[in-house]
Design a protein around this ligand. Structure first.
Ligand SMILES: Cc1cc2nc3c(=O)[nH]c(=O)nc-3n(C[C@H](O)[C@H](O)[C@H](O)COP(=O)(O)OP(=O)(O)OC[C@H]3O[C@@H](n4cnc5c(N)ncnc54)[C@H](O)[C@@H]3O)c2cc1C
Length: 511
């Protein structure tokens, strides 16, 4: 039987892992290269006094993406990963002392909004949920599950009904404008406007269609036993079982192209891996900047788009007191627009940020006064390659963040033993060419959907997956991009020319 195409996947982020798994399952001879010593990319933990803190993504949504992936490779998600649905999606705190929980049960959320902001606002909330569901359902097939569409293609895919849905919310409207129409209570405008940040964007520039992100969360949030790295670890293990060879601590420095088609990948060690197909799972910007060689620069549009949000994060193993935390907690700042103006217009750390706190031992027993695993995160500009600030400014941001939490009632030590801080510079070092942007390009303006690169590139045999390409960032979306890339590669001439061989066992190695 013929051997499958030699396929090199550069990057073991979610997109790379998903594609490696799918392709190995289909008989490709897959080698997956990763600069870090662990698979997962942005999914990673930091050790604080022996406690492992999830320090990348923490909100796990759209489990159906992984259900479908595992079914496609002949197994079941529940056989490999323990997921627990959260009954409280998130707890929200405001500067006026008010607090609101959103629940997995929509009726419970509506009742909570009614108690908190009155019956009329609860009716508006119900209307918002209906609208967000409709937008989500309209765009799921034609956009999220499909290769990147052009304008004409999208119009055809949406059909008259889909177009009517989009025009009913005004496709040119921003998410913030939509929230102002939707709610009278500024706190609810802020709560639902914040969903733009799940794509690393400003509510003042993101299109109103991003309200679908709120729907994604209302469809369910799960906690993953063993943390988010259990998810990336599972995919790495399954890819190996399907025959993929995982090489950790290996950096690709050049994607080799001859006569317009990829033919291999060179590592920083000088080793050369011949390849029929290459999938790049790093930042699309790395190709644009020529970090993988000049021959693959044309794989992405030459013009650099606006970067998405970066972040300052603090991983702690510390006691908390003052307010009862849920797993996901948001402490809103009073001047929300000012926060995004600071970041996107003034390119500086927010003077007073909104703070997200993930209490990773909750729900569950947390003994009063005992340390618990916490990650605090504030949005920051993605200028980690040319930071316009000094270390003292990062210290000021830390002091402001923790004193603001204190103001809102959450007492956390300003600096706890072993606390690990990450800045846009740190993220830029780990994700080359990103500037620390955590979600690829910003989803700003209604045309942004057409400007993200798709999985196919103009360079024959070179494909893309990850949060910086279509359909966008976030763990499940990057996973969908991996699926789309795998499908495109399976449909490529080099893949269809060869019959499917039986997969053999692979392995994970470090240099
Ligand atoms: C702090 C933080 C919080 C977040 N919160 C959430 C959340 O709650 N929910 C959510 O869904 N998403 C969240 N996200 C976003 C989510 O983590 C990402 O969108 C997603 O994980 C990106 O996956 P990816 O496929 O783009 O790969 P990435 O995670 O970007 O990984 C790419 C990999 O490629 C490797 N690589 C790059 N170049 C090379 C090379 N030349 N050679 C070898 N290897 C290379 C890198 O080392 C990296 O490991 C968060 C991200 C961060 C950082």
């Amino acid at each position: 039987m013929a051997e499958g195409p030699r396929t090199v996947v550069v990057g073991a982020g979610v997109g790379g892992l998903v594609a490696a798994l799918r392709l190995a399952h289909q008989g490709h001879v897959v080698t997956l290269l990763e600069s870090a010593m662990q698979p997962g990319g942005k999914i990673h933990t930091q050790s604080v006094h022996g406690a492992l803190i999830d320090s990348g993504p923490t909100v796990f949504t759209m489990r159906w993406v992984f259900d479908e992936l595992l079914r496609a490779v002949g197994t079941r998600l529940e056989d490999h990963l323990r997921l627990a649905p959260l009954s409280v999606l998130a707890r929200h705190f405001w500067y006026d002392g008010s607090q609101l929980d959103l629940f997995a049960d929509a009726e419970r959320s509506e009742a909570a909004v009614a108690d908190w902001a009155g019956g009329e606002e609860a009716a508006r909330f119900r209307d918002f949920c209906d609208r967000a569901r409709t937008v989500h359902d309209t765009l799921e097939g034609p956009v999220m599950r499909s290769q990147r569409p052009g304008m004409v293609e999208l119009t055809a895919r949406l059909g008259p009904r889909g177009l009517a849905v989009l025009s009913s919310i005004g496709p040119m409207r921003t998410l913030w404008q939509q929230m102002q129409r939707q709610f009278r209570d500024p706190r609810l405008q802020q709560l639902f406007g914040r969903y733009a940040t799940y794509c690393g964007s400003s509510p003042w520039q993101a299109p109103a269609t991003l309200m679908l992100v709120a729907q994604v969360e209302m469809d369910g949030v799960w906690s993953v036993e063993g943390g988010m790295t259990a998810l990336s670890g599972m995919m790495a293990r399954l890819a190996q079982e399907q025959g993929a060879s995982l090489r950790m601590g290996c950096t690709a420095q050049r994607i080799d192209v001859r006569q317009g088609a990829v033919c291999g990948v060179e590592l920083t060690t000088g080793e050369y891996l011949p390849a029929d197909l290459v999938l790049f799972n790093g930042e699309a910007a790395a190709l644009r900047q020529g970090l993988l060689g000049t021959a693959v620069r044309p794989a992405v549009p030459a013009q650099a788009p606006a970067r998405s949000l970066s972040a300052m994060t603090w991983a702690m193993h510390a006691p908390s007191s003052g307010v009862a935390l849920e797993r996901h907690n948001v402490f809103f700042c009073p001047e929300y627009q000012q926060e995004f103006d600071d970041i996107f217009l003034r390119q500086r750390l927010p003077q007073l940020p909104t703070v997200y706190v993930c209490a990773q031992d909750r729900p569950g027993e947390v003994t009063e006064g005992a340390p618990e695993r916490l990650l605090a995160l504030v949005n920051a500009p993605a200028c980690g390659d040319v930071p316009p600030w000094q270390d003292e400014d990062l210290d000021t941001c830390q002091a402001t963040t923790f004193s603001y939490l204190n103001c809102l009632g959450l007492r956390l030590p300003f600096s706890s033993p072993g606390m690990r801080r990450n800045s846009p510079q740190d993220f830029h070092r780990r994700f080359p060419a990103s500037g620390g942007a955590l979600y690829g390009q910003a989803t700003h303006g209604w045309t942004s959907i057409f400007t993200r690169p798709g999985s196919r590139t103009p360079v024959q045999g070179l494909y893309l997956a990850g949060g910086s390409v279509h359909p966008g960032p976030g763990v499940p979306m990057a996973a969908l991009s991996g699926q789309l890339a795998a499908e495109a590669m399976l449909a490529s001439p080099v893949s269809t020319r060869r019959s499917r061989p039986v997969a053999t066992s692979g392995g994970m190695s470090t240099p």
